[in-house]
Design a protein around this ligand. Sequence first.
Ligand code: NDP
Length: 242
Amino acid sequence: MKVALVTGGTRGIGLSIVELLAQEANLRVITCGTKPQPGVEFPEQVEYVQCDISHSNSVTAMIDQIIAVHSKIDILVNNAGISHVKPNGRFLIEDLEEQTWHQVLNTNLSGAFYTCKQVIPHMKKNRYGRIINISSASARFGGILASVDYISSKAGLIGLTKGLAYELRGCGITVNSVAPGRIDTDMIADAKLSDEWAEQHVPLGRLGRGEDIAGAVLFLISKHADYVHGATLDCNGGWVIT
Ligand code: NDP
């Protein structure tokens, strides 16, 4: 049975990915969050580990624990992320504290660097791996709600994806990103986007759902995507057309 690690699977998009992979892909799924308990009931083949991905020592402890039990990680989905959102606009650079910048970059970008750095040697040994980084539509066009800390972190994930795709030639590992549009989760609750907003701005006429992104991830880990490498899959209902 293949083993997947999905970071940040306690809520929102991550929880949808965990549930779909457990249901459709016959995988052992490990997920993490910052709290001692996930606060949600997972399907049977899902395990939860407490890990703060913004700290490399916490990531090391999690990966060591997974390898000790399962001996391998075949699939890595870097989903965990944070954003500071406010109604009707964004935080301007003048209002952005240095501490917030570092917190967002450490979580959204360094967190993925730590997991990739530690998981790739195991994937190389098995000559197989699928890595998916959850970026954002805001990295493609600069963003409406998101501030520059978040946008920079998500653009960084696309860079990480491309750089690794080039580096990991001939290893049996593919690396890709998914760039979600506005997905109806806790993360954007403070933005208070209405159905009317979605009808007006999103050609498919609605906000995205966690399942929409989970479906894109399921495709990228499937054999149907074996020739997709270094790509960013837009999944935004046509909100951003790149
Ligand atoms: P949510 O806020 O709903 O969920 C975030 C998840 O990440 C939670 O499971 C949380 O776990 C986990 N998490 C946060 N910080 C850490 C950390 N330091 N270590 C480990 N886990 C952490 O977010 P979404 O589901 O909306 O977003 C998921 C991903 O999709 C993010 O990367 C986000 O940037 C991206 N995205 C979201 C969009 C949207 O519109 N919602 C649009 C584009 C991209 P816990 O709280 O248990 O610690």
